[in-house]
Design a protein around this ligand. Sequence first.
Ligand code: MF3
Ligand code: CO
Ligand code: CO
Length: 286
Amino acid sequence: MAFRKKKRWIPLSDQLTEMDKQIMAWEKKGKTVPTRELIKTPEQIEGIRRSGVVNTGVLDEVAKHIRAGMSTLEIDEICYDYCTSHGATPACLNYEGFPKSVCTSINEVVCHGIPKAEDILQEGDIVNVDFTTILDGYYADASRMFIIGKTTPEKEQLVRVAKECLEIGAEAARPYGFVGDIGHAIQRHAKKYHYGVVRDLCGHGVGLQFHEEPDVPHFGYCGEGMLLVPGMVFTIEPMINMGTWKVFIDADDETGWEVISGDELPSAQWEHTFLMTEHGVEILTY
Ligand code: MF3
Ligand code: CO
Ligand code: CO
């Protein structure tokens, strides 16, 4: 019996998914498009979602206990204990030399503040607590602001507007839109209050690693940056300064981690991990 030569099948255009077509079309036009590993499988999304549940539990636990007179090292202990007792690992601990499990950034500290026994929370402080969980190899990353007791109307407004910036940025993230749409929307809102939007640090892809592609800047122009497609997982985490957008690292800080606002005016930040869906983003760290 003679064997028929096997035919080679070339996918016809009607066999491509809507996503394939969009990616191919935008790539042809010279846009940055996501690689396969940035589009998570349903199984990976479930893993990141479970990690997000623990991450939210950590921040809820902080919310229950945070108060004036407490040291940021105590916050670190709360986070470490909750995370590890739920079978997860704090991603920050020993990450590129970071010495603790969580970032605690008070007032003019923009981000990456290191918990310390001698840093005691004072009435009126605004503090960002930023935690990242690794559960079964999946990463979820979120941060919140906490106001210690009563603060000034100026700091209260900064905290509120920074949260609005996150919400408005998330709303601007659309399937088959671009990463630049997010930053543009954030910058527009912050500008109304003459606040500075930090440029040196960005949101990021997340899920299988701590920091994946793409970078998610909190400023910029619509249509810039990577194409957003369903299945992508990334953070939005605007750092909003009361004054200048510029930041620095103190030359005397031998760890080189803590980022301070250029004019040492207060700074606020909120962060969530988002899944892009067919309809817009879903928060995985609620
Ligand atoms: N969680 C931070 C982020 O949102 C990263 C902190 S890195 C650390 O990307 F090493 F400082 F913990
Ligand atoms: Co974070
Ligand atoms: Co992050």
